[in-house]
Each structure stands twice: as C-alpha cells, then as structure tokens.
Design a protein around this ligand. Structure first.
Ligand code: R2B
Length: 287
C-alpha cells in the first residue's frame, strides 16, 4: 500500500488533508451523483439556500455538501469520467470515517417506450451487449465485473417516487451505453454504422427484454458499488422516447421543467430517506 493516497481528480492528499476532510465529510450518508454542474447545483439548493462552494480542489468535477449528511458530485459522461470520481469519493469518505453511506444517481436518459418526463428507476443495468456486468480491460484481458444495484434502496426509491403527485415512474432495466451516438443506436452522429431500420430493430429488441431507458453511467456505478459493498440506486428522467425519435421533441423550456421535477423528486426522496434511517439527536436535529 502506498504511504500516501492521492485523489487525482478531487485534489486531496492523505494523510496531509485527513483532518479537514474528516471534519467536513464524516457524517455523509448519501452521495448524490449527477452528470452536470448545473444539476448538482440545483440539487444542492434543494437542501440548503446557502451559497455552495466547490469542495473539489480541481476543476474536473463539482463537489458540494449542502448539509453534512449529503455529498453531491457531478460525474461527467460515461465510464472513464464516473469511474475516476468514484475511486476518489471512496478514498475521501473512508479517510473521513464515514461508515454508512449509499449512492443515488439522478441522471437524464433516452426513454424506451415511455413518455418524456417519466422517471425510470433502474432495476438492473445492462452493458452494451445487454449483459448485467461491466466489461473492462484490465492488464490486457477482458474482465467482467458484476454490476448490482441495491434492491432495498431501489424499492424505497421506487415506492417514494410512485407516491409523488404529477410524476410518471417505471421500474425497469437500463441499457448503459458506451458512447452517446453509435452505442445508443442514434442516427444523428457524424458517421452512421447501421441503417435506420437496424437501429429501430435494436431499440425494439431492447423494449422487448424490459429495457426502459438508455444512459451511460449505471453499469460502472453498479459495478463499483458491488466491488466496495456500498448500496446504490439509479433514477433517470427520460427526455425522449427513443422508439419514436432520436432527439427530444419537446421544447427546451419543457425539458428544463422535466429535469427540475426529477431533481425536486429525488432530493425529496433523499430527505425522506435520511429522516427514516437516522435517529433524531437529543436536540431534535435529524438531518
Ligand atoms: C445521459 O446523458 C449524458 C449524455 O448526454 C450521459 O451522461 C447520460 O448518461
């Protein structure tokens, strides 16, 4: 084991930064992950109206902690980006002494047979070959890492969102695509490797095996969570029904409203989750 741990993309070093990190992150119970800086900022504002400072010491990711029990991080797009962040978050929270925490990802996605605005809760992520594991090259060999989400956390999230007014929710499989264009059967990339009919047939076959949306991070998150034994759940808002269109057909204003509703819903779930699993302290403070 190296004597120093370097969090390359969050810009911390241990043991050097261990004390301030412990003071700041020891109470974290939920790590809320999302793709973009703006979604992370909007999520943070649901927990506190204070000004939020980026706790990352690099400009790779946005890392916010609006209340001591909640850490919010933007993970960017795809495997390489989220995987680097997850390793750093693991080191950060282990050094801080946080012991009971979980991941909840709120993403955007292309829906499969669902209306725009539907929140798809992932029951099982599948990789690009429709298998439930992360396929990754390690030491020159293909490795297949099991990628499981936590059934209890997933069901809690699904029940909570189902009871929300004005939200469509489905529980289903999620196709975690390697790339935004080719791996998602889009026909609007720079160069197309298949015919429109082949793309349609693939999306239809996804629908037939219970896939309800396509995004790009659920498999690496589930594989990482499985490796380190931390519960994880994934909720994504669908912006388009990919059985009908390649790109969203609703206006940017409506898309923003759909995203905001998903942010509000998932943030409310996290508050509910924290209230239901943390015993109130003597002074009555609970989260
Ligand atoms: C959904 O949207 C992003 C690509 O635009 C990607 O991060 C994902 O999973």
């Amino acid at each position: 084991m190296p004597s120093q741990t370097i969090l390359y993309h969050l810009g911390y070093r241990f043991p050097e930064h261990a004390d301030p990190v412990t003071a700041r992150f020891a109470q974290v119970r939920v790590v809320l992950l999302c793709g973009t800086f703006s979604r992370a900022t909007k999520l943070a504002s649901r927990f506190s109206t204070d000004k939020h400072h980026n706790l990352s010491n690099t400009d790779r990711y946005l890392l916010l902690s609006p209340i001591p029990t909640v850490l919010i991080a933007s993970h960017g797009i795809g495997l390489g980006s989220i995987d680097s962040l997850l390793h750093d978050i693991y080191h950060l929270l282990r050094t801080a002494g946080a012991t009971q925490w979980c991941f909840v990802r709120l993403g955007s996605s292309g829906g499969i047979g669902v209306h725009p605005g539907t929140i798809v809760i992932t029951e099982q992520p599948l990789n690009g070959t429709l298998k439930p594991h992360l396929e990754v090259t390690v030491l020159g060999q293909k490795r297949y890492l099991p990628a499981r989400l936590d059934a209890t956390l997933t069901n809690q999230l699904y029940s909570y969102v189902s009871a929300e007014q004005g939200v469509n929710v489905v529980l289903g499989k999620t196709l975690c695509a390697e790339t935004f264009f080719d791996s998602q059967a889009r026909t609007d990339g720079a160069d197309i490797l298949y015919t429109p009919d082949e793309a349609k047939a693939f999306l239809q076959s996804c629908a037939e095996i219970g896939i309800r949306n396509i995004e790009m991070e659920s498999i690496p998150l589930a594989a990482f969570a499985t490796r380190i034994g931390i519960p994880a759940a994934v909720a994504c808002v669908a912006f388009v029904d990919r059985l009908q269109h390649d790109t969203p057909v609703v206006s940017p204003d409506i898309l923003a409203q759909l995203e905001n509703k998903a942010i509000e819903t998932v943030a409310n779930f996290v508050v509910h989750f924290l209230h239901s699993c943390i015993k109130p302290k003597a002074n009555g403070a609970s989260i």
